[in-house]
Design a protein around this ligand. Structure first.
Ligand code: FES
Length: 157
């Protein structure tokens, strides 16, 4: 007996809906885990896969699809130096180099004591305040060497 077109479409719809539901549950779980640990530890992802009876590879492929999830420990402070055009022209690379030198880390890395993660970001829409960096949710505009020094002191506290 062959399936009618409506039945086939209905079945495909069910499969898609099921997939979306799973993804929704996973994303919610990732957010919770990341809130607690600041990243997604492998042990937590294994537990999640087990609890939801989903292959670990599916858990990882969903998590890696989204840029908001991290797989290595992150710093308590996330410093993002804007390297967009306006910030670049107004000395963002000096700011970046100063922080790198001070903490001996590169972009994308975290200090050993987990005090800070250093990242770069494209334009964040505050070009009038260039060069700009963010510390967690706070924006630091017109960041010169003096302000970088203050930021560094703040992180070292
Ligand atoms: S280029 Fe840095 S805020 Fe626009």
């Amino acid at each position: 007996m062959s399936l009618k077109t409506d039945e086939i479409i209905g079945h495909v719809g069910d499969v898609l809906a099921e997939g979306q539901k799973k993804r929704g549950v996973l994303i919610h779980a990732f957010q919770k885990i990341q809130q607690e640990h600041n990243y997604l530890p492998e042990t937590e992802l294994r537990k999640l896969a087990e609890n939801l009876s989903i292959p670990l590879s599916d858990v990882y492929s969903t998590a890696t699809f989204y840029k908001q999830f991290y797989f290595t420990p992150r710093g308590r402070k996330i410093i993002r130096v804007c390297t967009g055009t306006a910030c670049h022209v107004r000395g963002a690379s000096k700011v970046l180099d100063k922080i790198k030198d001070e903490f001996r880390i590169e972009e994308g890395e975290t200090t050993r004591d987990l005090a800070m993660t250093l990242e770069t970001v494209g334009c964040i829409g505050c070009c009038g305040l260039a060069p700009v960096a963010t510390i967690n949710e706070d924006i630091v505009g017109e960041i010169d060497m003096k302000k970088v020094g203050e930021v560094i002191e703040e992180i070292k506290k």
